[in-house]
Design a protein around this ligand. Sequence first.
Ligand code: GLU
Length: 291
Amino acid sequence: MTLLTFRFAPSPNGELHLGHAYSALLNQKLASATGGRLLLRIEDIDTTRCTPEFEASIFRDLEWLGLGWEQPVRRQSEHFSDYQAVLDRLISEELVYPAFMSRGEIRAFIADRERRGRDWPRDPDGVPLYPAVDKALTMKERQQRMAENVPFAWRLNVDAAVSRVGTGLSWLEFSDESLSATRTIETRPQDWGDVIVARREIPTSYHLAVVVDDALQGVSHVVRGQDLCSATGVQRLLQELLGLPQSGYFHHRLVLGPDGRKLSKSFADTGLAALREAGASPEDVRRLVGI
Ligand code: GLU
């Protein structure tokens, strides 16, 4: 029988908090209950927000918690050539296009349409979808702007992508922490519009790097927070386009702050380092998150 493979994949752009502790400990618990593997992946493609100091604090916190993981740890910033190869495929298959509008231009474009009485569509997180303007540019216009060094991001042409793989995309979601039951979740990646899959300077985005790495590392079970559930549709679409195997998913409950809201990396008093300095033990953390 093949071993089940789990992963914990934090981004070193802030301190880990109780929500991360729950996710890491749950992955560890499932790996050990099933005799499976636990991998650690450092998701540091955002070279402006991720720092070596935050990465060092991730290792410190996880070791303190008693998490054990397989070596080597995959650090995404060391694998840009893997993502570039996949991006090149998407470019040559014309499934992505260079999108040149700045944030300000997008805002102004949408405000103008809304002033004229049109409700602009939004993604499940409430972010307005990218206008279809750049998709209509000719190849010559695209090349000219790129040659002029106009900043751009590679966006997925979601309509082209969906017509390539067909509608009716779904994924297998485990229904509870014990992974004993599953259900099928239907998804409509179009709801996210033309998402960014890479940037001019960085040949990937969160979605692309996650699907490439989960496949390369043989991750069979993606166990992560509920806040990432709706993004799974985009990731399933990329898996289909790239012919990558799909994993099963469990999107777990979020650990909430005292105000009932999702924890954030700026929430200092639920940070693991702060708790440790205030005298908490790893057992206290387990108790706090219910593991
Ligand atoms: N790196 C992501 C985060 O820290 C998690 C990605 C994932 O688990 O798919 O939120």
